[in-house]
Ligand binder design. Structure first.
Ligand code: ZN
Length: 310
């Protein structure tokens, strides 16, 4: 059996990927409460929102305020999603630690989601990099290639095209890149094959896997990626979310289930699962009426679970 890495990072994306897909608008104070509790539970990377026009995503209209709060917490890496240069300029003004530019490898999804072809998004990455360099800010730039395993609108997305676009983002100025199964088409074998090639090509600039649990395989996909050496994963507390342009896509891997799987396998995430489950209960209550997912919260931790592995 391939040894697993000794540690891995979970980036919480519930406040962005999760909240943008549900109608409930969580008040700013609640978002800050969520971030504070996640930080207290040991989470160290949180995507706090997205710099998109408020008329498109009123749920994330307070991203600048939420980011300002997140930046007060010691050791927390606060990231934001930016769809274009305009969003990137706001992320730079607000001193985000990281900004993520999504690119859809599916041409059809790219036009529906960003109204640009994938190669036009690569060109936008070049402009973002120039803006970052001119600003003198330290904000890292991540290029996230989505629909990497297929797409509800287009169907098949070729591996060669995913890898070409991933490398094009790096060539255009991204500091690092990640791959996302936006619509839940991935399975462990496909993940192992694609992520192995991605790691070979991008080396330590390949940083993250983002899996939706649409067909129940998000954790299996994380495990497959871990086995080829990937050590950072996006997840959404209570598995909230979906994709407004991918009908039927459910939320990300549930943070609490992922943190449990990793801890149980001896992969350290620094997360206190008891504190995380308490936060999950609060978030589910704040989002009453919205669908939540995950399994650990129903049964709790097994009696044999070692909370602090040696
Ligand atoms: Zn997503």
């Amino acid at each position: 059996m391939t040894p697993l890495p000794p540690q891995a990072q979970i980036r919480e994306v519930g406040l962005r990927d999760g909240l943008q897909s549900i109608p409930t608008v969580l008040p700013t104070a609640r978002k800050c409460e969520w971030i504070a509790a996640a930080h207290a539970a040991g989470q160290r990377e949180i995507e706090v929102g997205s710099f998109v026009p408020a008329r498109l995503l009123p749920q994330l209209a307070d991203t600048a305020e939420v980011l300002a709060y997140a930046k007060t917490l010691p050791g927390l890496v606060s990231s934001v999603l930016v769809p274009n240069l305009k969003g990137a300029e706001r992320a730079l003004e607000c001193d985000a630690d990281l900004m993520l530019l999504p690119l859809s490898a599916s041409h059809a999804h790219s036009l529906a989601n960003l109204r640009k072809t994938p190669d036009e998004v690569v060109a936008e990455m070049g402009r973002m990099r120039a803006a970052r360099d001119a600003s003198g800010k330290k904000t890292l730039i991540e290029g996230g290639v989505g629909t990497a395993f297929g797409c509800t609108l287009q169907g098949e997305v070729k591996v060669a095209e995913v890898l070409r676009l991933m490398m094009a983002l790096l060539d255009a100025g991204a500091d690092r890149v990640s791959l996302a199964d936006t619509v839940g088409y991935a399975h462990p074998r496909a993940v192992a094959e694609l992520f192995e090639q991605a790691m070979k090509l991008a080396g330590d600039r390949f940083c993250c896997g983002h899996f939706h649990d649409t067909r129940g395989l998000a954790l299996a996909n994380v495990y497959a990626a871990l086995q080829v050496g990937v050590t950072r994963f996006d997840a959404s507390l209570a598995g909230i979310g979906g994709c407004p342009h991918a009908p039927g896509a459910s939320g990300n891997a549930a943070t609490e289930d992922l943190a449990f799987m990793l801890a149980a396998c001896g992969v350290n995430t620094g997360i206190d699962l008891t504190a995380l489950l308490a936060l999950r209960a609060n978030v589910a209550a704040w989002l009453q009426g919205e669908p939540t997912h995950g399994a650990l919260w129903r049964a709790g931790l097994p009696s044999t679970f070692q909370r602090t592995p040696a």
